[in-house]
Ligand binder design. Sequence first.
Ligand code: ARG
Length: 461
Amino acid sequence: VQGALWGGRFAGGPADALAALSKSTHFDWRLAGYDIAGSRAHARVLHKAGLLDDAELEGMLQALDRLDADVKSGAYVPAESDEDVHGSLERGLIERAGAQLGGKLRAGRSRNDQIATLGRMYLRDHARIIGAGVLSVIEALVGQAQAHLGVAMPGRTHLQHAQPVLLSHHLLAHAWALLRDVQRLADWDKRAAVSPYGSGALAGSSLGLDPNAVAADLGFDSAVWNSIDGTASRDVYAEFSWVAAMIGVDLSRISEEVILWATKEFSFVTLDDAFSTGSSIMPQKKNPDVAELARGKAGRLIGDLTGLLATLKGLPLAYNRDLQEDKEPVFDAADTLELLLPAVSGMIATLTFNTGRMQSLAPQGFALATDIAEWLVRQGVPFREAHELSGAAVQLAEGRGVELWDLTDEEYAGISPHLTPEVRSVLSTEGSLDSRSSQGGTAQSAVEQQLAELHRQLEAV
Ligand code: ARG
């Protein structure tokens, strides 16, 4: 078969329908630079094994350099007849080095070990770009947290007012989740830093090639210990895709809050003009499209992961052509995050907080009821009883349509003699916040320590 890498035993070429189905150059061409780097490393181990002489190695590397330059400039692109990036680049090499020399490079390697390696190289590079993007979002959150230290807001559970918290504390909660994502990418890289090159089709090579030399050449820590695993496994891709989906989910949760906070009802934030959009019919509109797209793209990232896992689940060892479907999901995940992260960090960095409104709503909705109960515990009242007494105060206040601090000393005394006027010391946002000063709490002192620890962990990633 003309041009194909596997023509020898076939009497004729593939049907047009098969050729069209089989083709992957429209999505695997982005691996061309990695394929050429792999070819350089492979040429060197062929030379080390005595399968290329000095002049042949020199000629091969020069031809690969020319091919690389032509790919980069766009002078060399896949032909309609090329099946995949590997076949196309072999054609390009032979055009530059001649069939005699160019035809020697494929010895001892297979597209199966090539593609498994190139995908890891691509994802390792993009994991770094994505990690830096996530760090920018963390920086934006930390910047806002530092700028608003001391501002209280309603802390919520079930989206209902629960207890007052510091805005900084709330923002940093998102930062910690994202920091774990960055740590996950770094941890994932240890497993991704193992090179399948040298595994051949599935069983390794008989040509005395050194897989660890190729691995080192391509920036890997080592070569795989099992050639079947090297060519058949894609858990490293799936794990990347899971981390990408988790980042998407974490960004989506931030975004959902930004969307709520920007509503008239909340009025907690104003979006910067540069990070919001208008309506083609309603002149007054200012929409949180960045946040909505982040929320939407989380669904897409989850889809990338589930699609990939579904592709893998029934596959016997070793390589199966199904694995050609491994690339588009992970490429899409990387593309999506690389597009999304700068927009989300920009949106967060430029948010304006309506701190007066947040602060005044912080204690409302009986958000200090837990403080009354815990104050009673400090006076020696069992928590079970304290919970009841505080609940009675809430019931009374709710019936009168007032807040807890509006009840009179007599009303408190009427609920229980334990509820002396001293209880008022915790009936304020500041009192409530200050009392939660242990590690991880929302007191300003604890949040300052939290910030220091977050900075320490950020330095370490
Ligand atoms: N284009 C293929 C892929 O992406 C490369 C490996 C093809 N190997 C094979 N034996 N057909 O998985």
